[in-house]
Design a protein around this ligand. Structure first.
Ligand code: PEP
Length: 276
């Protein structure tokens, strides 16, 4: 059974004092949740603070990106190895805001992914279509294209690292990010199943294990319907990650969905015993 994963993407938000309040609150409320791993991805400058505050908790932390370079004359870049030194478990790669604002291509995203894997990080690789692409019936084609380098572009060694460090895929329809309009559970499920099928083209076993999380205006009011879908293994949260109550609520809903799924599984396994 795949554990759920709920990750907060803080984007360009935070401040030492606010972070302290938010992280301490999450720490108090997020422990002993059955079947859910939780994490926050903060701006680089707060990784040290996250490490300090979260090291004795069950909440992991991560970066929002890493450089495509490993070392050298690349002003302002931050390498995967550097963030790993701050105890990061995760890094987001290929977020649509990076793809749009910084014109990051699939090729650059793949280089970042490789660097993350070589530094022992778990990449959260983001894919998703724009509204125009969806309207033009191109959603699956776009996502397939974004996934190609991951499925076929990684050599065996890199693919083994992706398995070893439990690479995560985040399906984030661009039109749903920060808009308050989320994908319907059916739309999201369909795309998640499609992504899983693509991964199965390379490795069936990994396709069953890999967590594919949904991102795009996930909130307490829509989390249950999304997270109870069979191929939705968690959430990547923007706005909801900045409000302790919302983040905690979504993590608890994820746990409930996990427990329900486990119960269904157990009951379908139970073999009826008939007396002669
Ligand atoms: C995101 O930026 O990854 C995201 C999902 O944002 P929001 O939850 O605010 O839509």
């Amino acid at each position: 059974m795949r554990e759920k994963l709920v990750i907060g993407n803080w984007k360009l938000h935070g401040g030492l004092l606010e972070n302290q309040g938010l992280l301490n609150r999450l720490k108090q409320e997020l422990h002993d949740l059955d079947g859910v791993a939780t994490a926050v991805c903060l701006p680089y400058v707060y990784l040290y603070q996250a490490q300090d505050l979260l090291q004795d908790s069950s909440i992991a932390w991560g970066a929002q990106n890493v450089s495509q370079f490993t070392e050298g004359a690349f002003t302002s870049c931050i390498s995967a190895k550097m963030v790993a030194e701050f105890g990061c478990t995760y890094t987001i790669i290929g977020h649509s805001e990076r793809r749009a604002l910084k014109l990051e291509s699939n090729q650059v995203a793949t280089k970042r992914l490789l660097n993350a894997l070589h530094a022992g990080l778990t990449p959260i690789f983001c894919v998703g279509e724009t509204q125009d692409e969806r309207d033009g019936n191109m959603a699956e084609l776009i996502v397939r294209n974004q996934m190609l380098n991951v499925v076929y572009g990684l050599d065996d060694e890199a693919f083994a690292l992706a398995k070893k460090f439990n690479m995560v895929i985040a399906y984030e329809p661009v039109w749903a990010i920060g808009t308050g309009e989320h994908a319907t559970p059916e739309q999201a499920q369909r795309m998640h199943a499609f992504i899983r099928m693509m991964i199965a083209e390379r490795d069936r076993e990994f396709a069953e294990q890999i967590r594919i999380v949904y991102g795009g205006s996930m909130a307490p009011k829509n989390a249950y319907s999304l997270l109870s879908m069979p191929d939705i293994d968690g959430g990547l949260l923007g706005r909801a990650a900045l409000v302790a109550e919302d983040f905690v609520d979504i993590c608890k809903i994820a746990s409930r969905c996990y427990q329900q799924k486990t119960a269904v599984r157990e009951s379908s396994r139970a073999v009826p015993v008939f007396e002669a």
